[in-house]
Design a protein around this ligand. Structure first.
Ligand code: AMP
Length: 424
C-alpha cells in the first residue's frame, strides 16, 4: 500500500508555498517595523509546560495534545501553541528588562489533535508575537495594531476584530461565582461537556457551539459587567487608542478564548464567510503566566495568526517573478551558458537552463512553460559571430547582444531592470 500523509497533516506544494513565503515575508517585514525580533523555538517541550500554562481543564490539554513518553521516561508533547514555549524561553534565559527581548516573534508549526475539517488541521502554522514587561494599554493597542497592519498590507478583505476584557483575578472571581450560580439553574439544558465545565471552568461554556448551550447562555451574566475599576480603565483606554488609530473593532463580551492564562484584553480576528473555522488570529494579555511558570512577575501580551486560514484570504495578486532562460545549442554554447548563468544569478536574476539540452524548439517550449520573460539563445553561429540573441518571450522581438558575458551582462541586466551586478 502507498504511504500517505497522516490525517489532518498536509503537504504544501511549491505553487502554494510561494504564497506562504510571501505572507511570511510580509508578516516579518511588518513585525520588523514594530521592532519585534525573531526567535526559533523547539517543537517538542515537556508536557507539564502546557498543562500548567494552557490549563488542565482546557480542550487542548484534556484531549488535543500529541503526548508520548520518551525513552528516558519524560512525558513530552508536540507544542499545541507557541506562547507557553515563548514564556519558558523568556524565563529560562532570564530576559527580564532586556530591550531586545521585549518584543519577540516566531513562525512555525503547532500540533493539535482536533477533528480535521476545512481550516482546521492537526499540524498548522502560526505567526506568533509576544510583548513582555508592559502593563500599559498602549502595549495592547500596539499588539492589535501589528495584526491589523499585517492584514492591511496583505489586502485581506472584510475582517473583523472582536474585543473583550476578561478582567483580572479579582473581577474574574466575582464573575465566575455569578456565572456558576446562573448555570446551576440551567444545568439540565447544558450538553454533557458543559455540565462538566460548569464546575471546573465555567467560562469555557461560552465557547460551546451547541445551540441549546448557546440558548441557555442568553441571559447569562457578562464579564464586562464585573470589571474592577482598574480593568475597566485599561479596557476603555485601549478602545480609545484603537479608535484614535482608526482600527475598527466590535465589542464581544462572549469572547473567552480556549486558553486559561488570559487576563484583561482578549481579541480575535474573524473573517465571516470563510466557513465554520473563521478565526484567523487571536490573542490577549496574560499578566500572571510568567509568575505562574516560576518566573519573576512580568506582564505580557501576544497574538497568533493561523496561516492556513489567513492564506486563502490573501488575494492572488502577488507579483509573479519570471526567469530568464538560456537556450544552449552545442558543447561550446553549454560551457559559455554556464558562465552566463553564474553571472546572472550572482546579479540576482532567476536563471533557468534546460538540462535535457534538446532542440531549439524544445528549449523554447520549456522556456514558455516556465513563463520566462526572456530567452538568451546561444548556438555555434552565435559564438562564431560574437552575438547572442535575446528574445522577448511576450513580444517575440529579438535583439543581438555580445555573446561574451563580460560585454553582454550589463546590457542584459539593464534590460531586465537591474543596473549592475550585485544583490539587492
Ligand atoms: P489559538 O492558539 O487557539 O488562540 O489560535 C490562534 C489561531 O491559530 C486561530 O485564530 C487560528 O487561525 C489558528 N488555529 C488554531 N487551531 C487551528 C487548527 N487546528 N488548524 C488551523 N488553524 C488553527
Amino acid at each position: 500500500m502507498r504511504i500517505q500523509t497522516i490525517r489532518g497533516f498536509r503537504d504544501i506544494l511549491s505553487e502554494e508555498a510561494g504564497k506562504w513565503r510571501y505572507v511570511e515575508d510580509t508578516a516579518r517585514e511588518v513585525l520588523d517595523w514594530f521592532g519585534f525580533k525573531e526567535v526559533r523555538l523547539p517543537i517538542l517541550e515537556k508536557t507539564s509546560l502546557f498543562a500548567r500554562s494552557i490549563g488542565e481543564n482546557t480542550d487542548i490539554v484534556e484531549k488535543e495534545m500529541y503526548t508520548f513518553t520518551d525513552k528516558s521516561g519524560d512525558s513530552l508533547t508536540l507544542r499545541p501553541e507557541a506562547t507557553a514555549s515563548m514564556v519558558r524561553m523568556f524565563i529560562q534565559h532570564s530576559l527580564y528588562g532586556q530591550p531586545k527581548a521585549a518584543k519577540l516573534f516566531t513562525i512555525g508549526p503547532m500540533f493539535r489533535r482536533e477533528r480535521p475539517q476545512k481550516g482546521r488541521y492537526r499540524q498548522f502554522w502560526q505567526v506568533d508575537a509576544e510583548m513582555f514587561g508592559f502593563t500599559h494599554p498602549l502595549a495592547d493597542a500596539e499588539i492589535i495594531n501589528v495584526v491589523d497592519t499585517i492584514l492591511k498590507k496583505l489586502v485581506v478583505p472584510d475582517y473583523e476584530i472582536h474585543l473583550n476584557s476578561l478582567g483580572c483575578q479579582n473581577c474574574r472571581k466575582a464573575f465566575k461565582k455569578a456565572l456558576q450560580l446562573y448555570l446551576e439553574d440551567k444545568y439540565n439544558e447544558l450538553c454533557p461537556d458543559c455540565q462538566r465545565r460548569y464546575k471546573s471552568n465555567p467560562l469555557r461554556v461560552f465557547d460551546c457551539k451547541i445551540a441549546t448551550c448557546k440558548e441557555a447562555l442568553k441571559d447569562a451574566p457578562l464579564i464586562t459587567d464585573y470589571l474592577c475599576s482598574e480593568c475597566q480603565t485599561h479596557f476603555d483606554t485601549l478602545q480609545s487608542y484603537l479608535s484614535h488609530l482608526g482600527i475598527a473593532f466590535t465589542l464581544n463580551p462572549y469572547l473567552v478564548r480556549g486558553l486559561d492564562y488570559y487576563t484583561k484584553t482578549t481579541f480575535e480576528v474573524i473573517i465571516p464567510g470563510i466557513g465554520a473555522q473563521n478565526a484567523v488570529a487571536g490573542g490577549g494579555r496574560y499578566d500572571n503566566l510568567i509568575k505562574e511558570l516560576g518566573g519573576k512577575s512580568t506582564p505580557a501580551i501576544g497574538f497568533a495568526i493561523g496561516m492556513e486560514r489567513l492564506i486563502p484570504c490573501v488575494p492572488d495578486s502577488i507579483p509573479q517573478k519570471r526567469p530568464i532562460f538560456l537556450a544552449l545549442l552545442g558543447a561550446e554554447a553549454v560551457k559559455l551558458g554556464l558562465i552566463w548563468a553564474k553571472a546572472l544569478r550572482e546579479g540576482g536574476i532567476w536563471t533557468e537552463i534546460d538540462y535535457r539540452l534538446g532542440s531549439l524548439k524544445s528549449q523554447l517550449n520549456r522556456a514558455n512553460r516556465l513563463q520566462a520573460a526572456f530567452t538568451l539563445i546561444i548556438g555555434e553561429d552565435e559564438i562564431k559571430n560574437g552575438k547572442a540573441i535575446l528574445r522577448n518571450m511576450d513580444t517575440k522581438e529579438q535583439i543581438n547582444i555580445p555573446v561574451a558575458p563580460e560585454q553582454g551582462l550589463n546590457i542584459v541586466l539593464k534590460i531586465l531592470g537591474r543596473e549592475k551586478v550585485g544583490r539587492d
